[in-house]
Design a protein around this ligand. Structure first.
Ligand SMILES: Nc1ncnc2c1ncn2[C@@H]1O[C@H](COP(=O)(O)OP(=O)(O)OC[C@H]2O[C@@H]([n+]3cccc(C(=O)O)c3)[C@H](O)[C@@H]2O)[C@@H](O)[C@H]1O
Ligand SMILES: Nc1ncnc2c1ncn2[C@@H]1O[C@H](COP(=O)(O)OP(=O)(O)OP(=O)(O)O)[C@@H](O)[C@H]1O
Ligand SMILES: [Mg+2]
Length: 275
């Protein structure tokens, strides 16, 4: 995937928004899920990477409701490509929720990988993925040390498009918000009290300077959610989806490609059949 010139926006995206009653039901369903996951694993604590983005801020709020502030450990892990306002919002979330958190700079870790394998220098995606995977290693360092689970922040839109790093931000013990499309993540975030600036911040993976999800995916989130709901999770054909959402057919095809090419990220690594 590379940064595209234009970001496609449908003329008539679907309304996937949730009512207040549905938001309350999701809130309870997800907090119950988090508590159940910890119970089933026989642990009291959870670890979560805090990025100052809406996904992790929402999971932080829901986890505090589920298991109590004293049982959640946040990790804020800046690198040279993250902007300062976003990183200070990550700390703000931790402070407002009253959870324990650490700030761990990952540049030295990433540099060590590049010293070990200088051939990757300048490879934007490969190096960006090292940043993401370095955070996963740190999450598990804390989880192992504190007998905790790592909470994921992946949403339905990211999962269906494969828009995450395999064994990076995808390396977690459970996925509390995986049933929510991105627009529903934003909605639930506002509903549970995530600060407005964070709920509305332009989504970024923070893997390189000025990266944005929508720029890289080439389609804006409400439109992408609609295409996924109709063409991927529903049984609506490509042309009909394009007509309903109000985008060129080529955009729907691109989303189908993202889904099909990312199947390997949504399943366990395959092994040969037993003989
Ligand atoms: N068919 C196949 N069957 C089995 N394995 C397959 C495969 N095709 C590739 N692979 C493996 O997968 C690797 C590529 O996958 P991966 O390493 O994940 O890398 P890749 O998918 O190329 O890049 C990660 C994407 O996720 C985005 N991202 C990452 C992290 C966070 C966020 C965010 O929203 O915050 C977004 C990032 O911007 C980028 O677009 C290949 O190097 C190969 O090892
Ligand atoms: N600098 C960081 N420090 C700590 N954790 C991070 C950092 N960057 C990313 N993460 C972790 O990786 C996850 C995936 O990133 P992603 O960008 O998809 O989510 P987000 O930043 O919470 O929301 P958004 O997608 O709107 O930017 C984050 O939710 C967070 O748990
Ligand atoms: Mg982000």
């Amino acid at each position: 995937m590379s940064e595209t010139e234009a970001i496609a926006k449908g003329d008539s995206p679907l309304d996937l928004s949730l009512s207040a009653a549905e938001l309350d039901a999701r809130r309870e369903h997800i907090t119950d899920f988090i508590a159940d996951q910890l119970d089933a694993a026989g642990v009291d604590r959870a670890v979560l990477g805090l990025s100052g983005g809406v996904d992790s801020s929402l999971v932080a709020h829901l986890a505090v409701e589920a298991i109590g502030a004293e049982n959640l450990h946040g990790l804020v892990m800046p690198s040279s490509v993250n902007d300062e306002a976003t990183m200070s919002d990550a700390e703000r979330v931790a402070m407002e929720l009253g959870i324990e958190y650490d700030v761990i700079e990952i540049n030295p870790i990433v540099d060590t990988f590049l010293d070990a394998y200088p051939e990757a220098e300048g490879e934007k995606m490969a190096v960006g993925n090292v940043r993401v995977r370095a955070r996963a290693v740190l999450n598990y360092l804390v989880a192992n040390t504190e007998n905790a689970l790592v909470l994921g922040t992946g949403n339905r839109t990211e999962s269906l498009t494969g828009y995450f790093t395999k064994y990076g931000d995808g390396a977690v013990d459970c996925h509390p918000i995986a049933n929510l499309y991105k627009q529903q993540v934003r909605q639930l975030a506002r509903h549970v009290g995530v600060p407005q600036e964070i709920a509305e911040r332009t989504p970024t993976a923070g893997m390189w300077v000025d990266q944005t999800d929508e720029g890289e995916l080439g389609v804006e989130y409400d439109t992408l959610d609609s295409i996924l709901a109709l063409a991927i999770e529903g049984e609506v054909g490509t042309s009909a989806t394009a007509r309903i959402v109000g985008v060129d057919r080529e955009i729907v095809e691109r989303v189908r490609d993202l889904f099909e090419q990312s199947g390997h990220k949504r399943s366990m690594p395959p092994a040969p059949a037993k003989l």
